[in-house]
Design a protein around this ligand. Sequence first.
Ligand SMILES: C[S@@+](CC[C@H](N)C(=O)[O-])C[C@H]1O[C@@H](n2cnc3c(N)ncnc32)[C@H](O)[C@@H]1O
Length: 221
Amino acid sequence: MVTRANRIHGAYGMTNESSVEKITIGLADMQIRMLAPRDKEDSGSRISFWWGITSAAVVLARHIESHCEDFYGRRVIELGCGLGLTGIAAGLAGANVLFTDYVSQALEFAERNALLNGLEQGAFDTGILDWENPGPLQEFDVALGSEIVYDYFFHGSLIRLVRQILKPHGTILLADRKRLCVSRFIGRMISAGFNCEETTHKLVLGGFPDQEISIFALTMS
Ligand SMILES: C[S@@+](CC[C@H](N)C(=O)[O-])C[C@H]1O[C@@H](n2cnc3c(N)ncnc32)[C@H](O)[C@@H]1O
């Protein structure tokens, strides 16, 4: 995995502020400020949607805020972090966070967003991580993933990766809409030996239809 220490920054041209929009995400007690690219498109052949903030990420960030004691002092990895919302919520709860994605521009935004919200340099890191070819990794107490199981092609590699990176009794929190790819993934995780607890949450955002988002807490048994 390539981490911030040995990665070249600036591919996105973050000095050009007109290419960036500001979004505020309201949690129960605090607000998280996010920068996002105005140009919302994927480069290359892979469809990644790194440039958006999903409803699942908003719901998972709110969940983290309301369970902040579960994150204080923990080692947390965010998989497919995109702009980094849920990792930032974990960092604000006192976790040490590694933001990961296979899109380097996403990591530039995640880093800048983490700093914007007051996370200190030593309390987080960013690293390129491709689920298909993760390389050696440390172990984590908690992994976070919002809207990351949409492509069946990656299910096998994600399951192998989660088994590799979680400490014994570690947990991955997955948030997503109710859809077939999600229930298939959860079924495979349970077959692979994970215990699963699901909670459902209604997300009401002005101007959008209400959405039902599930959070799956999957723990290695
Ligand atoms: C739908 S976006 C979700 C972004 C963010 N988690 C959120 O909910 O706002 C999916 C993210 O997973 C990342 N991703 C997809 N396939 C990946 C892979 N094979 N390895 C690493 N990251 C991947 C994408 O680059 C993107 O940032």
